[in-house]
Write a protein of this length. Structure first.
Lengths: 140, 428
């Protein structure tokens, strides 16, 4: 039996666009164009201090592209506006719904015909925890 | 130019962190316990209203817990460390001259901003920290640190202020000092407060009227500085960090230049660790928990703000520098990102205790310099548990049944912001 040392991988692996091989002679002309690596954080997170993650539970938002166990990226710094998918506080519990307005009444709308929406009496009863900006969905 | 200093601090910080992620805890009498679930170290106003004092041992409130009148949580330092670094980043948007004073408070230098803007700026700070992080804060603004602390005290004490007090005008300073007990002044404390009262000094206003020489002769140079500060003369330097804080020791500052390599970062933070541990030993205390953080310059153009904090823990309380230095490199390797230009870093020792006696942890293997293989075993174990869930890997002697053997954290919430398996779960 051979024992393989297990080295904990603590950092995300990064792939540079191009890395000059350690060759003798001339420096690669491409070395000047070496770029920063791509980071998903840079793509998906605009306000790191205000960004939180959560895992969605349930089917009621499938029409918005949010499936059970998907990861939600939530930006608390944004002001919620009509049409945003939001995390709202309802009866002491956090839920994911689409915020729309019916007249002056805020509605927490489900995106699945099998589920109903929640109409709030007034703006005062609306308590938004954060705005969902992206969804991470695993395909396998 | 007249200096202007703001003190921002979070209300019942540990409790507030818990409430952000568990809304059912809002408006509840909630307390957070020290390590080993010993005593209460953070209280919501509802818990204070029940007459539960700071430092109350957990067993003394067991009856209230069983009746469901109060809720208790074990301290969750990974969560608090992360929320603290978010809080500080939001404040840094207002001025780069930010001095992190402790895990939940910071001094901001607002010198040069027009007087009439200060209060609205304070309100904007409070609103933005609340919106971005969910943490409620108080803001006190004045011309010295001690006066800023006094303003902050008023912001917490008087509801009408809505959490923000601009105390730059001498008339307002005078009026507030007349109604503030001398013991509430920053740097006075209970013992000196008693002695002052014996000499007929009951309010902050009476203290500020004292002759400085007399104060130095009868009390100390330290108290004389406090009087100078109350009179509007800045005497307490940025370096006097945490001198009044018995629950934590902090060593943090901006680097002299932007640091881009892991090695440089390592030596800078090793220095902070040594200093913090020196202070710890000077206070004859021990610590088991610490938070390490690094941050890039948020004002730098074209660069992505990076940084983060990491919680470090020893198997048992220690006053030794070396075990922390052992943990430093792996911690930095986790936090450091290539390409980052780091501007600031810090090390905070938390949950200090007076003695080393501690209910031993079943798993505790004391880090031994002579036994490096033991340590690397622990490192891999921790890394695996970090990735796949706490206690996923444990010695067979602990048993295979799921059990609550980790007695000292019975009421622990999840690490919502620092471990993927722990993130919030939200129903659609």
């Amino acid at each position: 039996m051979k024992l393989v040392p297990l080295i904990p991988e603590s950092k995300p692996v990064k792939y540079p666009y191009y890395r000059s091989p350690a060759a003798c002679g001339f420096v690669s002309p491409a070395a000047d164009y070496l770029q920063e690596t791509l980071s998903l954080d840079q793509l998906l997170i605009r306000h790191p201090a205000a960004t939180f993650f959560a895992r969605a539970q349930g089917q009621s938002m499938e029409g918005a592209g949010i499936f059970n166990e998907d990861i939600l990226i939530i930006d608390r710094s944004l002001t919620p506006k009509s049409g945003d998918v939001v995390i709202a506080l309802l009866d002491g519990e956090l839920i994911v719904k689409r915020l729309v307005y019916r007249g002056s009444k805020p509605v927490l709308q489900s995106e699945n015909p099998d589920y109903h929406s929640i109409v709030l009496d007034s703006e005062q009863n609306l308590d938004v925890w954060g705005v969902v900006t992206e969804v991470v969905h695993c395909l396998r | 130019m007249k200096p202007v200093i703001a003190l921002c601090d979070a209300n019942a910080f540990y409790c507030s962190c818990e409430q952000v992620f568990d809304p059912s805890l809002r408006n509840r009498a909630l307390g957070v316990l020290s390590n080993n679930d010993g005593c209460i170290i953070s209280r919501t106003s509802e818990l204070k209203a029940l007459g539960v004092a700071m430092g109350t041992p957990a067993f003394k409130v067991r009856h209230l817990l069983e009746r469901g009148e109060i809720v208790l949580r074990s301290s969750n330092y990974p969560l608090y460390g992360d929320m603290s670094s978010r809080f500080m980043s939001v404040l840094e948007q207002f001025t780069p001259a930010l001095e992190v004073y402790s895990i939940d408070e910071a001094f901001l230098d607002l010198t040069g901003f027009p007087d009439e803007k200060l209060e609205s700026m304070g309100r904007e700070m409070k609103a933005r920290v609340d919106r971005w992080t969910g943490l409620p804060i108080g803001v006190g603004i004045s011309t010295t640190r001690t006066l800023a602390k006094l303003a902050n005290y008023a912001a917490k004490k008087y509801r009408a202020t809505e959490g923000v007090v601009d105390l730059t005008s001498p008339e307002r300073q005078r009026r507030l000092m007349e109604i503030t007990p001398v013991g509430e002044v920053w740097g006075v404390g209970r013992r000196i407060g008693k002695r002052l009262e014996n000499k007929g000094i009951h309010t902050a206003a009476q203290l500020v009227d004292c002759q400085r020489k007399w104060i130095r002769r009868e009390f100390s140079l330290v108290l004389e500085r406090t009087v100078c500060e109350l009179q509007g003369e800045s005497c307490i330097a940025a370096d006097d960090q945490g001198s009044d804080n018995k629950h934590q020791i902090m060593c943090s500052r901006s680097f002299g230049k932007r640091i881009t390599t892991l090695d440089e970062l390592h030596s800078a933070l090793a220095c902070y660790i040594s200093r913090a541990c020196e202070k710890l030993r000077a206070q004859k205390q021990f610590a088991r928990e610490a938070i390490l953080f690094i941050r890039t310059d948020p004002f730098r153009q074209n660069s992505w703000p990076m940084g983060g904090s990491i919680r470090m823990a020893l198997p048992e309380p220690s006053a030794d520098t070396r075990p922390w230095l052992h943990l430093l490199r792996p911690a930095l390797e986790k936090l450091f990102h290539e390409g980052g230009e780091y501007k600031k870093g810090g090390f905070v020792l938390l949950d200090l205790c007076r003695s080393q006696s501690f209910q031993g942890d079943l798993l505790a293997i004391p880090p031994h310099p002579e036994a490096p293989e033991k340590e690397s075993v622990m490192t891999v174990l921790d890394a695996i548990n970090h990735r796949f869930g706490r206690n996923m890997l444990r010695p067979a002697s602990v048993g295979f049944e799921k059990q609550d053997w980790h007695m000292n954290q019975q009421l622990l919430s999840r690490c919502y912001t620092t471990r993927w398996p722990d993130i919030l779960r939200i129903n659609t």
